[in-house]
Design a binder for this molecule. Structure first.
Ligand SMILES: [Zn+2]
Length: 453
């Protein structure tokens, strides 16, 4: 299989040579961040260290303090709007990105310089190159342009590769499908849930994706999925399926030429370790996990100028695989594809980060509400749905219940930009004085084979 390297001078290095190169970048990033970031100096002071104490990788792993989302939020609240971690004058900021989600936990502010932006385009260009996108490829990009980093960096990366981009992020699914057909678009990106939606909607329109479209390759990402989903989509679209993992904090990984499924098994993400120093750690001990084990992904962006930080805890749970799992030769660390989950309660619904306590605050502000149960699933029409079954206290009149269901749905929509289905619970719900798990995620199940090719 022909190798599709984007930066062959790095992607073909022997692993030992790559690790030496990466260490030089990491060391430089520690020095840069310490010299310019108030947050970093404060963290090092608390830990009683300076960059001179970080002479080896082990020093880095054992001595450099973690940075959490909370640290970033507190930092930017103390010194608005960018926080003391801003390492350049405001006039040198090229883009400002916010993490997605509108929950009470706050949004991280990321200042991106021109150099940072160009570096980020190498990330998306790399992911698309590995997935087979080429100059002249007609590409649908369904990402809405907003404060998140995804749309501008995908668009810029595709432009760099010389692709012909159709920006359909603001169009409905039907319009997207019409463009796919009319312009004989050959490739697109879609989250796994949205790929399911596109497929179902095409079939509802009487279209056969394999025959009526010209799509040869699909990049999916963001959500976990069963392997059968990849095979089913490959059959339905007669296309190669690739997958990637990406974060606003610069931890990224993607499947190589082998794709999202390898035979009956899962593909794997080659982490872009030349973009960020990625560690997979036991969240309790902070020590690296052994290959084959799951742990928390902790990332340190490399070569980042605007608002860098060291050792950011992503709370993403990943399975680390041995570095020689794939024979494509890339020297990067490897993580299992399609099984990333969360250590905290954060839910990703339609690509937006939502914490259950955002919903809790709205529901339990109503005196009539007693308890609720939430459910995420893929409906028969392929759409991702979020449903809340609400239990009322005894004695609430039917008319009041109806009004409240509508009011809660509207408030949640305002707070999250997501349309939740609100229903009255049909059976008594469990109540607990301890931490209640109110949400079940059945989306991966919904992506499993629904019979037929
Ligand atoms: Zn590979």
């Amino acid at each position: 299989m022909a190798k599709r390297y984007y930066r062959p001078e790095i992607e073909t290095l022997p692993r030992e040579d790559f690790l030496a190169y990466q260490w030089q970048m990491l060391k430089a990033q520690v020095e840069y961040t310490y010299a310019r970031s108030g947050l970093c100096r404060q963290q090092f002071k608390a830990a009683g260290i300076t960059p001179d104490d970080i002479k080896t990788r082990d020093d880095f792993t054992n001595r450099v303090p973690f940075t959490t989302k909370k640290d970033l939020i507190i930092d930017q609240e103390r010194q608005p709007p960018y926080g003391s971690r801003l390492c350049v004058p405001e006039g040198e900021i090229h883009h400002t990105y916010l993490t997605s989600g509108t929950s009470g936990k706050g949004l991280e502010v990321h200042a991106i310089t021109e150099a940072d932006y160009q570096f980020l385009l190498t990330v998306t260009a790399t992911i698309y190159t590995w997935s087979g996108w080429q100059a002249g490829e007609k590409v649908m990009l369904p990402l809405p342009l907003n404060m998140n980093s995804a749309a501008p960096t995908h668009l810029g990366g595709l432009a760099r590769l010389g692709c012909d981009v159709f920006n359909l992020g603001m169009s409905d699914t039907r319009t997207k499908l019409e463009y796919l057909k009319r312009f004989k678009i050959t490739a697109f990106f879609a989250t796994t849930a949205y790929l399911e939606t596109l497929t179902s909607e095409a079939e509802a329109m009487g279209l056969d994706p394999a025959k009526d479209f010209s799509v040869r390759r699909i990049l999916t990402g963001i959500q976990s999925y069963p392997v059968s989903f990849i095979h089913r989509m490959a059959r339905k679209w007669n296309a190669e399926i690739y997958d990637y993992y990406g974060t606003t904090q610069w931890a990224d990984g993607a499947t190589c030429e082998k794709g999202a499924a390898i035979g009956d098994g899962r593909g794997h993400y080659h982490m872009l370790d030349h973009v960020a120093f990625n560690e997979v750690l036991n969240p309790d001990t902070g020590q690296p996990v052994a290959p084959g084990e799951v742990g928390e992904l902790v990332t340190t962006p490399l070569n980042r100028k605007g608002s860098p930080y060291l050792r950011f805890r992503l709370a993403d749970k990943v399975r680390l695989l041995p570095a020689d799992t794939c024979d494509c030769g890339r020297p990067f660390s490897i993580v299992e594809a399609g099984t990333v989950s969360r250590y905290d309660d954060m839910m990703k619904i339609k690509g937006i980060n939502i914490w259950p306590d955002t919903i809790d605050h709205i529901v339990f502000a109503k005196d009539e509400a007693s308890e609720y149960k939430g459910r995420l699933y893929i409906a028969a029409d392929g759409r991702e749905k979020a449903e809340i079954n609400l239990e009322f206290k005894p004695g609430v009149a039917a008319a009041v219940k109806q009004r409240l269901l509508g009011k809660i749905a509207a408030e949640i929509q305002d707070a999250t930009e997501i349309n939740f289905i609100l229903k009255e619970a049909t059976e008594p719900l469990p109540h607990s004085v301890f931490k209640v798990r109110r949400w079940t995620d059945e989306r991966a199940k919904g992506l499993e084979g629904k019979g037929g090719a």
